[in-house]
Design a protein around this ligand. Sequence first.
Ligand code: ADP
Length: 426
Amino acid sequence: MTTPDPTRPAAPGEVGSSPQDRQSAVPISRRSAESEAGARPAGEGGAGREEHARGLAVNELVVHYRDDDGTVALAVDHVSLDVAPGEILALLGPSGSGKSTLLRAIAGLERPTSGRITWDSRDLADVPVHRRGFGLMFQDGQLFAHRTVARNVSFGLEMARIPRQEQRARVAELLEVVGLAGFGDRDVASLSGGERQRVALARALAPRPRLLLLDEPLSALDRALREHLAAEVRTALKATGTAAVFVTHDHDEAFAVADRIAVLDDARLLQVDTPVQLWRRPATVRVAQFLGFEVFVPAADHEWLVGAPGTALVGAPGEPASPGRADAVVGGVDPDASRLPGEPTAAAGEGAVVGGQVLAVGPGALRLADDGPWSGHVVASGFRRGVTHTAVAVEGVGEVTVLGQEPVLIEPGSPVRLDRSPDLST
Ligand code: ADP
C-alpha cells in the first residue's frame, strides 16, 4: 500500500483510486488505527463543537481538482457535518454534486485543500487510509473471484492475523447478519448481484470498522431489490453498531437507510436533517425539488392546501424567505438536530420567494374534485404499481401529479378541477 500523494488529490488510475487501493483500505486492525490517531497530541481537534465531538467531524472541508490544463474544479465547498458513533448518515445529491469526493476525503483517498476531518476530535490529516479504522464498500463489491464467500468475508481478519477460530466465528456471525447464513462454502461466481453485495457488506463489517463508508453500494441493482436491500443494510449496520456514511443519488434509498440525511448540490451542503424533518421542512426549494416536490406556490395565496398530505412549507418556521434573506429558509425545524454551529446549510439566493412562505406540493397532495379550487387539464395518465398517476397542468401553477386508486385513465387534454387530498392519518 502506498499512501496518497500528499500534494494533490488522486486522479483516476492513480494511487488511491484503483480497486486494489480501495481494497487495502479495509482496516487492518482497530487497535493500530486508534494508536495512530492517539499518537497525535491531544487538543489538536480544532475549534468549537469539534473539540469534544465523538465520532466523525468534518469541518469547513474544501476539495479541489486540478486538471492537466490547470483548470481548477471545486468538488466540495466548505462542507461541515458530523456522524456520531453508531449513526447512519446518507449523503444525498445529484450526480456530480461532490458526494464521492467528500466520502473519499473522509477515507483519506483525496487530500483536502482546506478544512479538517477528525475522529473523536483527533485530526486525521496525517493518518493514512489503512490506519483510519474505516471500512469501504463500493457499487461493485469487488469480491475476490477465486475465494469462497467465507474467505471473502474473512479477508480483513486474515490480514489482521486474527486467530482462525475467531475468524470462523466472526464470519458466521456476519453471514447471519446479512442474511447469508450457510453460504460460506459457496463460490462467489454462483451468487446473484444482491447476494454479492451482501457478501461485500459482510466483508466490510468483519474487521469492526469504526466507520463504514458506502459509495452507491446498491446502484447496480434493480429498483425493487435496491429498496429491499437498503433496509437490510440499515439492519446490518444497526445490529453491529457501526457508524456509516452512505452515498446515494436516490432519495428513497436515503430515507430507507439513514438516521440523518445530508443533501448536497453543486459541491455545497444544503441541509442536514432526519428523514422526517427533511420531508416536512425542506430548507430550500432546491432541496424540495430534489425530494420530489413538483410545484411551489406562495402559502398565503393557497391556504386551503397548507397541511395537506404531500405538501411541505419550505424553510424554517416563522422565518419567511425574502430577497436578501435567502438564508432565512435554511436549517430545518430544529437547528440543534440539523446542523453544527456555523455550518453552511444553503446557498445564497436559493429558495427565496418574495413576500412570504413557500408551499411545496408533491405527488398525492391533490385529488380530482369537480368543485376544487384549482383548474387545469390532463397532460398524461397511466398506471404504476396499482396506482393511477395523472399529470395535470394547473393554470398559473405548473404540472402536478394526482394519485388515485381507481383504475381509470383520463384522456390527455381533458379539463379537470383539483382539491386537497384527505389526510388519512387523522
Ligand atoms: P458525485 O459523487 O456527487 O457524483 P463527484 O464527487 O464524483 O460527485 O464529483 C464532484 C465534481 O468533481 C464533479 O464536477 C466531477 O466532475 C469532479 N471530479 C470528480 N472526480 C474528479 C477527478 N478525479 N478529476 C477532476 N474532476 C473530478
